[in-house]
Design a protein. Structure first.
Length: 312
């Protein structure tokens, strides 16, 4: 038996022994953090068991809460999870975005302080990138961070901060040199959201949901030892984090359950939104304008996630 075959046998046995029945199939996946308790007992048990085994972040080093798996071992683990249709134990920006970035660029101290709590699902992170006048043109961001003694003092505003009101920590791009060219005066800072100098204001969507916030900094503090990479030179690291966001690593880690393909997307849309609804007509007109079947399914899934089930 090769080492990989042996790994598969052990992983399969562990999953068969430990994965609760209710975790096999579609359902919720915890995002972690101190502010939202995981109410589902099985999901909590699955999270804790996987965290103990290093399976919330299988490829991270063991010392930071991972299982230290090679890429091949990780793919086998995913195959074995798919075999029993097991859901991921944990999802979110901690394991998907800032965790991999700290693994690559963080100091030893940053890794030791931040990675194990992420792996255990104890801390939820949010992303402080977009600003009212810095969206696609992110490098024009104006939030200022000024070094003072052991800290950076941050002032400014972010927008579209997903889950900011339910997050414990933020990774934040701020301008630390206003005189440098746009891309060269930016630093990536980690800050505790539980301080009086941070205010979050949920943005209410027409669905009634508030998945994002405006976030305001009023002399907010980030410790100097929570600067990721060199001061004024964090732009490349901030972009690297966005690669993790785009690359699908989050999808790999965020759910082993195979997405259900719609039998007939048109029929599904009509069933969900009604044959005469403005939304159905609009989506079907997108279809005729060249959106692929996958695009249509993604749109439908997205609308579902945003809880847009209107009677329109
Ligand atoms: C579901 C969701 C979750 C998000 N969560 C977060 C989060 O947690 N944290 C965070 O920081 N941000 C978040 N964002 C914000 C997202 O990153 C922004 O939408 C993005 O930065 C775009 O900015 P904007 O909305 O201001 O659009 P704009 O930059 O104003 O762009 C508007 C439109 O103009 C187009 N456009 C812009 N510039 C040009 C140009 N030069 N030439 C031609 N066309 C152009 C764009 O393609 C777009 O269609 C989230 C967004 C979504 C949709």
């Amino acid at each position: 038996m090769t080492a990989l075959e042996e790994f598969r046998t052990k992983a399969r046995a562990w999953l068969d022994e430990n994965c609760p029945q209710s975790i096999k199939g579609p359902g919720g996946v915890p995002v972690g953090g101190k502010k939202l308790a995981v109410k589902d007992v099985d999901a909590k048990r699955w999270l804790d068991l996987c965290a103990g085994k290093g399976y919330t972040v299988p490829m991270w080093p063991k010392q930071y809460g991972g299982a230290g798996l090679s890429k091949d071992e990780y793919l086998i683990l995913l195959e074995e999870m798919r075999r029993i249709n097991a859901r991921s134990p944990l999802q979110g920006m901690g394991i998907g975005l800032i965790g991999p970035t700290l693994n690559e660029f963080g100091t030893a101290d940053q890794k030791q302080r931040h990675l194990p709590p992420i792996a255990r699902g104890e801390i939820r992170w949010c992303q402080g990138y977009s600003e009212p006048n810095a969206g696609s043109d992110l490098a024009s961001l104006q939030t200022r961070a000024v070094a003072k003694e052991d800290n950076f003092i941050i002032n400014g505003q972010k927008i579209w901060t997903s889950g900011a009101d339910r997050s414990d920590w933020m990774f934040c791009l701020a301008r630390t040199d206003p005189n440098a060219p746009n891309h060269e005066g930016i630093s990536l800072l980690l800050l505790d959201m539980d301080q009086p100098r941070v205010t979050t204001r949920p943005i209410r969507l027409i669905s009634g949901d508030s998945p994002f916030c405006e976030t305001f900094f009023d002399n907010t503090i980030a410790r100097k030892d929570d600067l990721v990479g060199p001061k004024n030179r964090s732009w490349a690291i901030g972009k690297r984090l966005l690669q993790h966001e785009r690359s699908g690593i989050r999808i790999l880690m965020g759910g082993a359950v195979k997405p259900a393909r719609l039998e007939n997307p048109f029929l599904q849309l009509i069933k969900t939104y009604g044959a005469d609804s403005a939304l159905t007509n609009q989506i079907i007109s997108y279809r005729w304008s060249g959106v692929s079947r996958d695009g249509l399914e993604n749109l439908d899934r997205w609308l579902g996630q945003m809880k847009i089930r209107p009677a329109c």
